[in-house]
Design a protein around this ligand. Structure first.
Ligand code: HSE
Length: 439
């Protein structure tokens, strides 16, 4: 009789609980697909007594995830605890050393330790699957790992954080405050335990680092990502973007050119007519540009229990199938680790699609000419200029100026606006947002 695949799960938060619930519902279907039974045999979490809405007493309980990771009673260790090091790293390492396949949703861990763990998995002939680590239910890891082998990818741009996209969408649609929208995202189980990882862009950066490695066949280089979060995006910016025909999205972009690779995470304006501008709420999206396929656009649920659990069950299913039929595993990052190329950072190129700038000046007609002169000195030309009076009945009225530039660099813009701030032409720190031209 074919042996059941025995699974141990460490971490029973939103995602872990969804895996247990869905596993109960789908165990028969999965067994038919895999040609063998699959069985969750043991679990581990911080708190045995926490209310999860599911019974866990039929599974063996481990207080210590490391003991579960080295247990001879399991074949697959599923790591859903999170965290870039500490117990998550130690238990995944322990599981691989013990000879267990691993499934993890832990993007932070892989962005920091992915290559070392891939080497360990490879040396043991084990699978280390991480579909749930990037873009929740969108099967982007398998797609990049297996389906682009003959393509040369030039650019990937993406919405990879459901929490941020949810916040930006709710602020725009309902006019709610940033704090209120973040609370909602937390209550819905989208945000990280530490939500600063979401809103400051690090979660997107972790995911982007993995996509870059898979897309370009290089080692992972998290430290090279330019990261800016959405914390300082105001309702005023969102409304101004609307007025000018754009939406603001937290994009993760990775580009390969002749000079190397450029990775950045930042709030970005995209034309309202583009597909990515229409991706709202917790939905994620990934666009891939390559020589043979051209443009490919995927969107789907990027966070939450069911979509993420779906990715985990798919990884477990692959292990149940592959571990029976082949001794040769698909490499963790699409290529054996010894042929992953070193990462080469590209020189930052000027942005051909320009920048949005919002700044305030005291209500004096001459001031705009100072701004125009300073921009010209830095070779920045303007495509759109909108000047608005803020008539708040105060003795000294202010004006808001909205600008869209032609091709220029972020460096030139910051240089010009630093001067304008220092000489008192503009009254507050300007808002500067990159514009991207997506499909
Ligand atoms: N906090 C993450 C997000 C969870 O909002 O996208 C899914 O990785």
């Amino acid at each position: 009789m074919i042996q059941a695949l025995r699974i141990g799960i460490a971490g029973l938060g939103t995602v872990g609980s969804a895996v247990l619930r869905l596993f109960d519902e789908k165990a028969k279907t999965l067994a038919l697909r895999c040609g063998r039974p699959l069985k969750i045999v043991a679990v581990s979490a911080k708190n045995l007594k926490r209310k999860r809405g599911i019974a866990i007493n039929s599974y063996k309980w481990y207080d210590d995830p490391l003991k579960l990771a080295s247990s001879e009673e399991i074949d697959v260790f599923v790591e859903l605890m999170g965290g870039e090091q500490g117990i998550a790293y130690l238990s995944v390492e322990r599981a691989l050393k013990t000879g267990h396949h691993v499934v993890t949703a832990n993007k932070a861990l892989l962005a920091h330790q992915g290559i070392a763990l891939a080497k360990l998995a490879e040396s043991k002939g084990l699978l280390l699957n991480f579909e749930a680590a990037v873009a929740g239910g969108i099967p982007i890891i398998k797609l990049l790992r297996e389906s682009f082998s003959s393509n040369r990818i030039s650019r990937v741009y993406s919405i990879l954080n459901g929490t941020c996209n949810y916040i930006l969408t709710r602020m725009r649609d309902q006019g709610l405050s940033f704090e209120q929208c973040l609370k909602e995202a937390q209550n819905l189980g989208y945000a990280e335990a530490d939500p600063t990882l979401d809103i400051e862009g690090n979660d997107t950066a972790h995911k982007l680092a993995l996509l870059t490695s898979l897309a370009f066949g290089t080692v992972i280089m998290l430290d090279d990502i330019y990261i800016k979060g959405i914390r300082n995006i105001s309702l005023e910016d969102i409304r101004a973007a609307d007025e000018l025909g754009y939406r603001i999205k937290l994009l993760g972009v990775t580009i390969k050119s002749d000079t190397g690779i450029e990775q950045r995470v930042q709030p970005t304006m995209v034309p309202t007519s583009s597909m990515i501008a229409q991706v709202n709420g917790v939905t994620n999206a990934i666009a891939i540009e390559s020589d043979l396929i051209g443009k490919l656009f995927l969107s789907g649920a990027g966070a939450g229990g069911n979509p993420t659990a779906s990715a985990i069950l798919s990884d477990i299913t692959d292990i149940a199938i592959f571990s029976q039929i082949t001794a040769q595993n698909i490499p963790v990052f699409g290529r054996p680790t010894n042929i992953l190329k070193p990462y080469k950072k590209s020189a930052i190129s000027p942005n051909s699609t320009g920048y949005f700038i919002r700044c305030s000046v005291d209500d004096c007609t001459d001031l705009f000419s100072f701004i125009a002169q300073e921009l010209a000195k830095n070779h920045i030309s303007l495509k759109t200029i909108i000047q608005k009076s803020l008539s708040d009945n105060k003795s000294k009225p202010k004006q808001t100026i909205l600008l869209i530039t032609h091709q220029t660099s972020e460096f030139a813009i910051y240089k010009a606006f630093n001067t304008l701030m220092q000489n008192g032409t503009i009254v507050n720190k300007p808002q500067i947002i990159r514009i991207e031209s997506p499909v």
